[in-house]
Design a protein around this ligand. Structure first.
Ligand code: SF4
Ligand code: SF4
Length: 201
């Protein structure tokens, strides 16, 4: 559907984003808004707190399925940069029984650094092999466009490319609460898990 203009796509996506937010029940919206405060008051390990944040993300984004262009087997987004924090890498590592690389400092990556040739190491047969433990950034990377046109490898670097996604500040704020007073180390999932590893390995 490349003949659709970027403006038309944006208008349709804005309407779908509105529909998505309208579909969320008020109790869940209120819970999401209160999440940063709840997390800051929790006396628990960061992995326990992260699970609370991820479960909330899933509850909220369950409502997005009816409005998003995302489909099972569509995996272009698993080839771009996947930034995660060291505490999220530990959470994944604990759950798949694979220690992440202990990085001493954050590593920045350019948007153009990855391509269709450099998939996330956890992508197997066009599906996420660690789906239950996948990072927050993967859970919220939901495309509200009509289709996956701007996600295609040949399009994602074009100047007009904008993937319409919701920004939910309370979720980001809750996620950043997890580091406490420490400055998290942020790097790509490929830096922490260069070889990946399947849960069933
Ligand atoms: S974000 Fe894009 S590439 Fe990823 S599943 Fe959704 S439509 Fe497909
Ligand atoms: S962790 Fe899973 S969902 Fe996220 S980029 Fe890797 S394969 Fe894709």
């Amino acid at each position: 559907m490349s003949e659709l203009t970027p403006e038309f796509r944006q208008i349709r996506a804005s309407a779908k984003l509105d529909d998505f937010f309208s579909s969320v029940e008020p109790e869940l919206k209120a819970y999401v808004e209160s999440l940063p405060q709840r997390i800051s008051k929790m006396n628990a390990r960061s992995s326990i707190k992260l699970k609370v944040v991820l479960d909330t993300v899933d509850r909220l984004y369950d409502h997005a399925a009816n409005f998003a262009a995302c489909k099972k087997g569509c995996s272009h987004c698993c080839h771009v940069s996947v930034p995660i924090t060291d505490y999220e890498a530990r959470y994944i590592g604990e759950n798949i029984n694979t220690a992440p690389v202990l990085l001493k400092h954050s590593i920045r990556h350019d948007l153009s650094e990855f391509s269709d040739k450099t998939p996330c190491p956890f992508l197997k047969d066009n599906a996420c092999s660690i789906y239950e433990f996948r990072p927050m950034t993967c859970r919220i990377h939901v495309n509200f466009d009509i289709d996956n046109y701007w996600c295609l490898y040949e399009n994602w670097n074009k100047p007009d490319a904008i993937i319409p996604r919701p920004t939910i500040h309370a979720l980001s704020a809750a996620y950043h609460q997890l580091a406490g007073k420490l400055k998290p180390i942020v790097a790509d999932i490929r830096d922490f898990f260069p070889n990946g590893k399947l849960v069933s390995d």
